[in-house]
Design a protein around this ligand. Structure first.
Ligand code: APR
Length: 190
């Protein structure tokens, strides 16, 4: 499913983020940036040591990456040129606090992409795996935040959510459907 917000295409697809060609893919990392399971593990496994090397250099500067913040490294052996690492919130049941941090993770990643003149970016469903964030609530925050960002000034031409299961794709599609139907902004749904 696709929509256009401003001049940027928002696309939902089912797939493996490590195979996605883009200026940057976004990693659902943890604050240590030393890798993990899930999409973090896959990105380091496929991307190779060059990514971890740059993560270590970043951590030696900043100590840890706070939830909701984002940093960028090379994409190493990935088809993507760069990896933007962000840390989503761990779900503890408080929707307000978690939604604020999740929205920041998406916004900071988009801002960093713009700062680096990256034109195409792809996200996983941040925090909805090991961090336990309910997919429906995460999708509502993610799509609303990305839409809000894309309706401002941006160089981004394409933003993709690469979902790892049919259920997640369906949930995000239903959320996007609602968002494109109910708003007055110029959006075209394919
Ligand atoms: N491509 C796309 N999406 C993927 C992939 C992949 N290759 N692998 C997993 N996913 C999906 C999961 O199915 C889930 O929908 O990414 C989403 C996020 O799940 P996690 O990777 O578990 O990330 P998160 O919930 O944010 O937890 C982050 O887990 O891996 C550790 O180091 C990481 O501590 C951090 C925590």
């Amino acid at each position: 499913m696709e929509a256009i917000f401003g001049h940027t295409k928002l696309i939902l697809e089912l797939g493996d983020l490590t195979r996605h060609r883009a200026g940057a893919i976004v990693n659902a990392a943890n604050s240590s940036l030393m890798g993990g399971g899930g999409v973090d593990g896959a990105i380091h496994r496929v991307g190779g040591h060059a990514i971890l090397k740059e993560c270590k250099a970043i951590i030696s500067q900043i100590g840890r990456l706070a939830p909701g913040k984002a940093v960028i490294t090379t994409g190493g052996n990935l088809p993507a040129e760069n990896v933007i690492h962000t840390v989503g919130p761990v779900w503890h049941g408080d929707p307000r606090q978690a939604a604020r941090i999740l929205a920041s993770a998406y916004r900071e990643s988009l801002m960093l992409a713009d700062k680096m003149a990256i034109k195409t970016i792809a996200f996983p469903s941040i925090s909805t795996g090991a961090y336990g964030y309910p997919v429906q609530a995460a999708a509502e925050t993610a799509v609303a935040e990305v839409k809000k960002y894309l309706l401002q000034e941006t160089y981004l031409e394409r933003v993709t959510f690469v979902l790892f299961s049919r259920e997640d794709l369906k949930t995000y599609a239903e959320v996007l459907e609602k968002v494109t139907e109910t708003d007055g902004d110029f959006t075209v749904k394919y």
